[in-house]
Ligand binder design. Structure first.
Ligand SMILES: *Cc1c(COP(=O)(O)O)cnc(C)c1O
Length: 380
């Protein structure tokens, strides 16, 4: 069976995990600090701007809490994203406002953003789709003109760059996921990069209940703290940080393997006729994190696509769908905001007619040869 994701973590993690168990320090420890330092240095951040969190969802929620997003506010986002991008807004009682994506890239259609801006709009949240970053210079220009905050949901795109600058470092906040299916993992986990020191300090406290002194080790009187703001428990644990430190040893190597896999795969199928390939590969303007290789079938029947996925499974190839519905077409959102007809045509094309193939480091060239053979047999 060729799996869609199977993280391969460096074995150096094992003594680190043993160390945690022997010492008995599971949270607020040195490994979480080390992970944050090393991840900051990967992003070439000079000041303290980055915090580890328990997930990308937590990172998004923390940012919205920190800017005081309420039920009077709206956040603009792509219809073609993970449900977490929208749920984090819902968690504050605010309303996600969806914009269709481009068919070529799956990224938000920037031309359609300004029409959706109202007096209630507080923020634009951009999802860098499958490793291909959105044009953040254009997004920031729209945001400045309309006095909006910018969040980059970079869950699938750690390591992607626009020009020479990392995706996730353009907006007021950039959020990352280390779920096992992403580019690097910590088990569950996430991070957030903040532009402003004030946001950094507030979120550092908010991810630990709003404690005035977040770490128990740093309290003058052990056990005594006060709470200056609302907060939740959205911390990363030491176990997760240990895995993350080992993943960072290999992040460049991992992205390079993805890139090689993608290019090898692309060369073998690009002349086939029954589908188009989502354009996520690096060009002169951007660097991709190469999340997966996605075909958009010419046949527009959803049942046809679903049948192909089942045939692939039968032949031992586990593919995936990014993402299986436009978010506004998910039952929860459809009912709540009374979307009657689907007006997100490109998002629907991708959601209902695409198939994503794995290119992560567990995939060998012979696995790609096998997947290519199945694509030729099953899709033609
Ligand atoms: C996976 C994903 C998330 C959720 O990440 P978690 O760390 O599981 O919370 C959010 N946004 C996007 C675009 C994702 O792909």
């Amino acid at each position: 069976m060729i799996k869609f994701a199977r993280p391969i973590v460096n074995r150096k993690v094992i003594p680190k995990i043993k160390g945690i168990i022997n010492k008995g320090v599971f949270v607020h420890g040195a490994l979480t600090d080390e992970f944050e330092r090393k991840l900051s240095s990967y992003f070439r951040l000079n000041k303290k701007k980055l915090l580890s969190t328990s997930s990308c969802t937590a990172s998004l929620h923390l940012y919205y809490l920190s800017i005081g997003l309420t039920n009077k506010d709206e956040v603009i986002m792509s219809a073609q994203t993970h449900v977490a991008t929208a749920h984090a807004v819902e968690a504050c009682g605010a309303k996600p406002v969806f914009v269709d994506c481009e068919l070529k890239t799956g990224n938000i259609d920037i031309e359609k953003i300004e029409k959706k801006i109202t007096k209630k709009t507080k923020c634009i949240c951009v999802t860098h789709f499958l490793g291909r970053p959105t044009d953040m210079n254009k997004i920031n220009k729209i945001a400045r003109k309309n006095n909006l905050k910018v969040v980059e949901d970079t869950a699938l795109s750690i390591g992607s760059k626009i020009g020479r600058k990392f995706a996730g470092t353009f907006g007021d906040a950039g959020t990352f996921s280390f779920h096992p299916v992403k580019i690097i993992t910590t088990g569950e986990g996430g991070a957030i990069i903040l532009k402003k020191k004030k946001d950094f300090l507030l979120i550092k406290s908010m991810k630990s209940f709003g404690y005035d002194v977040a770490s128990p080790n740093k309290r003058k009187i052990p056990g005594s703290y006060n709470v200056n703001s609302f907060g939740l428990n959205y911390r990363m644990s030491e176990m997760e940080a240990a895995i993350g430190i080992c993943e960072l040893l290999e992040i460049q190597k991992k992205i390079k393997i993805r890139k090689n896999n993608y290019n090898y795969f692309l060369k073998k199928i690009k002349n086939l006729k029954n589908f188009k390939i989502l354009e996520i590969g690096s060009d002169k303007t951007f660097v991709s994190s190469y999340y997966c290789l996605t075909l958009i079938l010419n046949n527009k029947k959803r049942s046809y696509r679903d049948k192909i996925i089942l045939k692939m499974k039968k032949m031992g190839v586990q593919v995936s769908i990014y993402y299986p519905h436009p978010v506004p077409m998910l039952n929860y959102y459809k009912k709540k905001y009374k979307y009657s007809k689907n007006s997100f045509l490109n998002s629907s094309r991708i959601a209902y007619n695409s198939i994503s193939f794995p290119i992560a480091p567990h995939i060998k060239l012979k696995d790609i040869d096998y997947m290519v053979k199945q694509i030729k047999n099953i899709i033609g």
